[in-house]
Design a protein around this ligand. Structure first.
Ligand SMILES: [Zn+2]
Length: 185
């Protein structure tokens, strides 16, 4: 396994749309790629990572919202024994709750930036597992939040795109700095 370099805000691949996968695309090389994505996510202390964040344009992300003791997001205590990796291939949201809520989000591709983002509290989702099993289920709490954030990545959307003018203006300096750094690569 290997750690994959994480693409940072400003790198064009984060703004591209990822491509649908077919069952025959699931081979040993892809499974190895998913293992690398998981390792990269855990190493970076993240709870989700989408393929475009490591420069790959296939519609897949990995999530693990179980890897922690306690549910305080800011002071997450990680416990490797509790890891439960979920791989979502060709993910979709097919229904959302009427109510939204605000929740503080961050992103491995936008280091040191956090902001409260409004999103539906619950989402009904559909995706394929690594075994190509079709899953359809309602998600809530942190899992619903992460699923929506990661699905956005597959369409070139970042959490800061959801912010209103005031919050975006407040973050503009940090974002421009990241953009400058990543364009220098
Ligand atoms: Zn992200």
């Amino acid at each position: 396994m290997a750690l994959l370099p994480i693409k940072i805000y400003g790198e064009p691949v984060l703004r591209e749309k990822a491509q649908e996968m077919k069952q025959e695309d699931i081979d040993d090389a892809f499974r190895a790629f998913i293992a690398d994505m998981a390792e990269t996510m855990y190493d970076a202390r993240g709870i989700g990572l989408a393929a475009p964040q490591v420069g790959d344009l296939r519609r897949v992300f990995v999530v693990d919202t179980e890897q922690t003791d306690g549910d305080s997001k800011r002071r997450r205590v990680r416990n490797p024994e509790k890891r439960r990796l979920v791989t979502c291939i060709n993910p979709e949201i097919i229904e959302t709750s009427a109510e939204d809520e605000e929740y503080n989000e961050g992103c491995l591709s936008i280091p040191d930036v956090e902001a409260d983002v409004w999103r539906p509290i619950r989402v009904k989702v559909r995706y394929r597992t690594l075994e190509w099993e079709l899953k359809e289920e309602w998600l809530d709490e942190l899992m619903a939040r992460v699923f929506q954030h990661e699905l956005d990545h597959l369409d070139g959307v970042l959490f800061v795109d959801h912010l209103g003018m005031m919050k975006r203006t407040a973050l503009a300096g940090k974002l421009n700095r990241l953009k400058k750094q990543s364009s220098g690569k």
